[in-house]
Design a protein around this ligand. Structure first.
Ligand code: PLP
Length: 480
């Protein structure tokens, strides 16, 4: 085939578009027939791909065939209802449709003029989310790809506020060493944010937790006092609602009190757990978050929006803007004075039109539908936990306040912790090899030392009771 020097003809786009739409619907409909965990060895996909780039144009038929034959079998199927690893999520129908439209529109709303509707829709869906989780007026929203990016942005603003803007001008030279506080259970994105902000790992102080994995507020107070006495500048507190390992919920009301007394930025990482407050029944998971300076919630985790879409709700957007904003002449527009420029609120300049898929999903499910699904997931997880608890050779190893259960097999007559762990590691591999469900693991912090446990996360919109029954059956069978 000769070199192609123009984009696809609309007629061809129509033809392949229909084919792709058909494939997508069929894929979603039959994804359960595929193994959840990819059955490829490392390097297998790479070996199937040409080492050199294509010189001549190729046909879309060939590209789609390779997509089906090489790429799809080499993928772990996150959109499978038996996916219970890490935090399960959903590439929902409305989200898939919106993603297609997003690519067609190819908007880059770095400034209002670059995407007036994208800018204003982002404001509106963020405010809808604020209302859906029961937060008061006064929070403004901003969408980025991930919670990791939202958290680093929030902490950059906290650093700006704590140093009266000095770091923006002079860097860290001449500033007292700063400290961020989070619990020992906080997500590693907080460690990474602190490293990237130049505070070093010593700039993060991990506060010990209670036996149920929640930050100890007395220890937080003591740490701040001790740091101040040592000439360290406390900068921010990060509380977590739904920790990654156990889904524990830090005592945010009491932490907010400390933040207010100490005049520290309070960032709430509710990347997974914040979604739960969409159900009025579980609104209290965000108790105290109304006093936070910033909160991150991921619609791409438990709000049925495809990867990636993360929202930062912030009560002090000016600090974010002041810490990051740069407006070179080539980005100056007449509307800069009267409208919000999305480029001012995160590290990236260019941005995808992520608000569209959230808008589609929010409207398609409605708050009632989203809440009902979340309630169902919490209920399914509780049911799964009850089966584990009732089985003589199994135990639930941590409270499960959300939709994720931590558990392990206790082989009869085995006392040695290492042997129990080895048994559970084998169970994990064998369940995942069967391909009907996929689970992951964690280490639960206990005073006596870490306890290796299996995790079952429920969060896919297509997950039904039968999928948990299947997992439970597989677990019992491979455990023997
Ligand atoms: N915070 C919590 C509590 C998480 O569980 C995760 C990921 O699982 C993150 C932050 C990071 O999320 P992201 O992948 O969107 O950066």
């Amino acid at each position: 085939m000769n070199a192609r020097i123009s984009d696809m003809h609309p007629d061809e786009l129509r033809r392949h578009g229909r084919e792709v739409a058909e494939w997508v619907a069929e894929f979603v409909d039959t994804v359960e027939q595929r193994p959840v965990l990819a059955r490829v060895r490392p390097g297998e996909v790479s070996d199937a791909l040409p080492k050199s780039p294509p010189q001549a144009a190729e046909s879309m038929e060939q590209i789609l065939e390779d997509f089906r034959e090489i790429i799809v079998p080499g993928l772990t199927q996150w959109n499978h209802p038996g996916f219970h690893a890490w935090f399960a999520n959903t590439g929902s129908g409305p989200g898939i449709l919106a993603e297609t439209l997003t690519a067609a529109l190819n908007n880059n709303a770095m400034v209002w003029r670059g995407g007036p509707a994208a800018t204003e829709l982002e404001d509106r869906v963020c405010d809808w989310l604020r209302q859906m989780v029961g937060l008061p007026d006064g929070f403004e929203g901003h969408i980025e790809d991930t919670a990791s990016l939202n958290s680093i942005t929030a902490l950059a603003a906290a650093r700006h506020r704590a140093t009266d803007g000095a770091v923006r001008e002079k860097g860290l030279r001449g500033v007292a060493p700063m400290r961020v506080y989070c619990s020992a259970e906080a997500h590693m994105s907080i460690d990474r944010a602190v490293i990237l902000l130049g505070l070093g790992q010593e700039g993060l102080r991990k506060i010990e937790c209670t036996d149920d994995h929640r930050m100890r507020v007395d220890a937080l107070r003591a740490a701040i006092k001790e740091d101040r006495a040592a000439g360290i500048l406390p900068m921010a507190i990060v509380a977590t609602v739904g920790t990654t390992s156990t889904t524990s919920i830090d005592p945010v009301p009491a932490i907010a009190e400390v933040a207010a007394q100490e005049q520290l930025w309070l960032h709430v990482d509710a990347a997974y757990g914040g979604a739960m407050a969409v159900s009025p029944r579980y609104r209290e998971v965000l108790a105290g978050a109304d006093r936070a300076d910033s909160i991150v919630i991921n619609p791409h985790k438990w709000l049925f929006v495809p990867m990636d879409c993360s929202i930062l709700l912030c009560r002090d957007m000016p600090s974010i803007r002041q810490s990051l904003s740069l407006v070179p002449p080539y980005l100056m527009t007449p509307e800069n004075r009267t409208t919000r420029q999305l480029m001012d609120y995160g590290p990236a300049l260019g941005r995808r039109f992520r608000a569209l898929k959230l808008w589609f999903a929010m409207r398609w499910f409605g708050q009632e539908g989203m809440a009902a699904l979340i309630e169902k997931h919490v209920q399914l997880a509780a049911e799964f936990a009850s089966w584990v608890e009732a089985a003589p050779d199994w135990e639930v190893v941590a409270p499960h306040p959300m939709s994720t259960v931590l558990y392990r097999h206790l082989p009869a007559g085995v006392q040695d912790e290492q042997a129990i762990q080895a048994d559970n590691e084998k169970i994990l591999e064998q369940v995942n090899l069967r391909g009907r469900s996929m689970i992951s693991q964690t280490v639960v912090n206990r005073p006596a030392g870490g306890l290796w446990a299996l995790r079952c996360a429920v969060g896919n919109a297509r997950t039904e009771r039968r999928h948990l029954e299947q997992l439970w059956q597989d677990l019992q069978e491979v455990a023997g």
